[in-house]
Design a protein around this ligand. Sequence first.
Ligand SMILES: [Zn+2]
Ligand SMILES: [Zn+2]
Length: 179
Amino acid sequence: MPLLPLLPLFHRLNREHFNGTLAVGSSPLVSVRWSNGRLRKTAGFYRRGPNVEGEHGCEIVLSSPVLKLLPQSATESTLCHEMIHAWVDLVLHSREGHGPNFLARMNAINAAQSIFQVTLRHQFPVDAESPRWWAICPSCSRKFPYQRRVKGAACRKCCDEQNFGIWNSRFLLVYEPAK
Ligand SMILES: [Zn+2]
Ligand SMILES: [Zn+2]
């Protein structure tokens, strides 16, 4: 998935699920942007405070490295989650995290449509770079990162060097959970 422009999505979600309260005309109450390539610990966040740059003093940041690997619905779901935080903070002036207003709005949005579902946690790969599995060659002991186990995969280097490039079960990779 290439990265979507976020502003049109923000305005649509604002109209459909927040009665337009998160913008004045075409001007959002909160900055919305993609992260740089380093935000990998979460799919997105909302924050307000003196360290936030830009005109609004608050912003929603979505993780480009996490979300670019996922379908569009993951971006919608994450943006919507952070918009609920912004709405609780900027419109309700409540400090509640995932409190009762957050949950009520989340449930209402989930009931109103089925294109995406907002969840309490962003249930995406926490770190898009870290593998789920290490695949280990029993012959040369080299380790390869894998996101899922691939049945029948063998060590290419050993097949090449010891078996004329032909697959052999002697070099079948053995999987070990990475965490
Ligand atoms: Zn949250
Ligand atoms: Zn090997």
